[in-house]
Write a protein that binds this ligand. Structure first.
Ligand SMILES: [Zn+2]
Length: 365
């Protein structure tokens, strides 16, 4: 008697088991087999009586799916060109082959659709809801709390740094000569470090590394940089970005039920501020403010382009940190160029006093 191979599901475990099937007089005898056809266990251990095979069989092409029993319902899938015909002849009285219908086509698509919907919802949360919530939360933080937070982060950061106090003083003098309107107490710090970087903390601290300061050639370039960084302070970009970054951790920690990990991340976060990534829109907004600062001071707006050029030329191997934390995209360069073209204004050379401060600031100790 001819035997067939098929996949048997016992209704308990989702994985199917290979079986060989023998069509006998009153039903189907199933023998468990290994993938290469060797008999496992007792031959004919499972026996399906033909009269009890469920009437709702499926057939499509060479594939036949039969079901058997209640609680749980077992199933058997056989792919063979003649199996359907053979069992029809063997059990002419049975109803299942008369009722056989094509396999339901899109049984899984509903599930996939739900899964896709769920993933889309998750992505929506991650990319829109979460940042929006973080923005909303950071807006609720009172100004003095933000300033106090900034002070804490600042003292934690500069503990490990070597501060150039003479150049810090000149940088502060330079800043004060620019007309920057800010609700924050803007405070410059020059750190002796070869890294090409500058960053702003929440609440008013702006830190510039000598690695970047020494790359600059004109006071306009520094003014553009300070305009850019002070905009990050003024518009609470750092606080907002921190909240965004943290909100991802908060969500992940909640999902993973990992409170220990969350607190570790919170403590580590201060260090990451030196390389905090701002979004494209925040960078562009800061560039706009940098440009407007140059305009308000009648300083040459090309200083901003030169600043970008310097940054692009600096540190050819790894790329300066400044570029990584304030990614310098083609888009940003074009944006600055467009602002310069669309907002012509009378340019004056930097004042004598600003020049003097600039010269003093250039001196290395
Ligand atoms: Zn920036």
């Amino acid at each position: 008697m001819k035997s067939y191979s098929g996949i048997y599901q016992d209704g308990h475990s989702p994985a199917g088991q290979p079986v060989t099937i023998q069509v006998q007089a009153t039903g189907l005898a199933l023998t468990f087999a290994s993938r290469d056809g060797h008999v496992l266990g007792t031959p004919g251990l499972v026996f399906w009586e033909a009269s009890r095979i469920k009437p709702n069989a499926y057939r499509e092409g060479h594939k036949t799916v039969l079901r058997y029993g209640d609680t749980p319902v077992q199933s058997l899938e056989v792919v063979s060109p003649d199996f359907a015909e053979v069992i029809k002849n063997a059990f002419p009285e049975a109803v299942f082959h008369r009722n056989a219908q094509p396999l339901p086509k899109h049984r899984a698509s509903g599930l996939y659709f739900l899964l896709a919907l769920f993933l889309a919802g998750l992505a929506l949360c991650y990319f829109f809801l979460l940042p929006a919530m973080a923005d909303l939360l950071s807006r609720q933080i009172p100004l003095d709390t933000e300033i106090a937070l900034g002070e804490k982060i600042y003292s934690q950061l500069v503990e490990k740094e070597k501060i150039d106090s003479a150049r810090t003083q000149h940088a502060q003098g330079f800043l004060q000569q620019l007309s920057i309107r800010s609700r924050y107490p803007l405070q410059m710090t020059v750190v002796q470090d070869k890294t090409v970087n500058a960053f702003a903390l929440p609440g008013g601290h702006m830190v510039i590394y000598t690695g970047l300061l020494d790359q600059l050639r004109t006071p306009e370039e520094l003014a553009a940089l300070l305009g850019h960084e002070s905009a990050h302070v003024q518009e609470r970009h750092t606080l907002r970005s921190m909240a965004r970054q943290l909100s991802t951790y908060v969500l992940l920690s909640l999902l993973l039920n990992d409170v220990v990990g969350l607190s570790a991340v919170l403590l580590e976060n201060a260090d990451q501020l030196t390389a905090l990534h701002y979004s494209r829109s925040l960078e562009q907004a800061a560039d706009t403010q940098g440009f407007l600062l140059l305009k308000a001071n009648h300083l040459d707006p090309k200083g901003m382009q030169r600043l970008f050029t310097r940054l692009n030329q600096a540190a050819p191997y790894e790329g300066p940190t400044m570029l990584r934390s304030h990614p310098l995209t083609e888009e940003r360069l074009e944006h600055v160029q467009a602002m310069i073209q669309q907002n012509p204004y009378p340019v004056r050379p930097a004042s004598f006093q600003l020049h003097q401060t600039w010269k003093a600031l250039q001196k290395k100790n």
